[in-house]
Design a protein around this ligand. Structure first.
Ligand SMILES: C[C@](O)(CO)[C@H](O)COP(=O)(O)OP(=O)(O)OC[C@H]1O[C@@H](n2ccc(N)nc2=O)[C@H](O)[C@@H]1O
Ligand SMILES: Nc1ncnc2c1ncn2[C@@H]1O[C@H](COP(=O)(O)OP(=O)(O)OP(=O)(O)O)[C@@H](O)[C@H]1O
Length: 269
């Protein structure tokens, strides 16, 4: 079985308060984007994990795909598998790439071996692997709250809009980004703001990480300003960085403008 774990962007990201468990309650809108890895899972005699493409730091045995496999193998009976991951989505990029690989491994094993794991249970397994991971189980636009792993439907459709993602190949650790934050309860309701036209989001739909990360990494602010200068209707950083995105009404090829960075562009669904 071959699947294509895609990335996400955060449209608005409010870090509301620090929790007793050390994590933060947040609110955000997750939107799937087409930048994807490729993940092949085949039944085998012994378990193995291999990856190619972008180098993933750390021991392959602790890769989120391997963790997802071992977690399900502890609770269900099925054959070992060979997992082959072709990594294209940048790491430490605010795009949830590793979380998506993990969620797609859960979904693929469930389908391949007919495990009949309910949607709720798949979401619970995903939550155990990371806060972003549960979103990729259903992989549709949602408003998220608490650790970013509880969801509410949102009637936001950006289908047919053009998105440009620019990654300056700066690895920002999620834990480090959260450590630099002073949580603050938002004054406006993100769900209400997102009902208004995209043109009105600038300066209202904010990513709280920008305030602490832009002074530290000026290139992030420069990229966001360039996206607006090139006609983006809305531009922001995704998650804890380092990827910036711009949303345009029409196809706008910016690969030449940002040729010193990694760029992915395409239509939103
Ligand atoms: C920034 C976002 O990408 C926005 O969607 C997510 O909140 C991050 O989700 P993630 O990468 O899946 O993060 P996890 O692997 O669960 O946590 C990594 C670290 O980030 C911090 N963390 C994460 C999520 C959260 N709601 N509060 C936190 O404080 C914690 O220090 C945690 O140890
Ligand atoms: N399949 C995987 N893909 C990417 N990173 C992985 C994977 N499995 C484990 N990891 C580990 O997770 C770390 C990246 O996590 P981190 O949360 O910083 O970034 P991310 O998953 O790219 O997305 P985000 O910044 O949105 O959370 C890497 O340093 C790597 O060691």
């Amino acid at each position: 079985m071959v699947v294509f774990p895609n990335a996400k962007i955060n449209i608005g990201l409010n870090i509301v308060e620090k929790r007793q468990d050390g994590f933060h309650n947040i609110e955000s809108c997750f939107y799937p984007v087409g930048w994807s890895d490729a993940l092949e899972i085949l039944p085998a005699d012994i378990f193995s994990f291999q990856s190619d493409g972008i180098n993933i730091p750390g021991d392959p045995a602790t890769n989120l795909c391997a963790k997802a496999y071992y977690m399900l193998a502890a609770d269900y009976e099925f054959k070992p598998v060979n997992i082959y991951l072709l990594k294209s989505v940048p790491i430490g990029a605010g795009l949830g790439g590793g979380s998506s690989d993990a969620a797609f491994t859960i979904k693929a094993l469930n389908g391949l071996f007919g495990l009949k794991i309910s949607l709720e249970k798949q979401l619970d397994y995903a939550r155990r692997l990371g806060s972003d991971c549960a979103f990729f189980i259903e992989n549709k636009p949602v408003y998220c709250f608490e650790k970013g792993d509880l969801f509410e439907e949102i009637s936001l459709t950006l289908a047919g809009k053009w998105i440009v993602l620019v990654n300056p190949e700066l690895h920002i650790s999620t834990a480090e980004a959260y450590a630099g934050i002073e949580p603050l309860k938002p004054e406006t309701d993100l769900r209400d703001t997102l009902k208004k036209p995209m043109e009105s989001w600038k300066d209202v739909v904010k990513n709280d990480f920008e305030k602490s990360l832009f002074p530290k990494y000026p290139v992030l602010k420069e990229i966001k300003e360039s996206l607006y200068n090139k006609g983006a209707k809305y531009a922001a950083m995704s998650g804890s960085g380092s990827t910036l995105f711009g949303i345009f009404d029409e196809e706008t090829d910016l690969s030449g403008i940002f040729n010193q960075h990694k760029v992915w562009q395409g239509y939103l669904k």
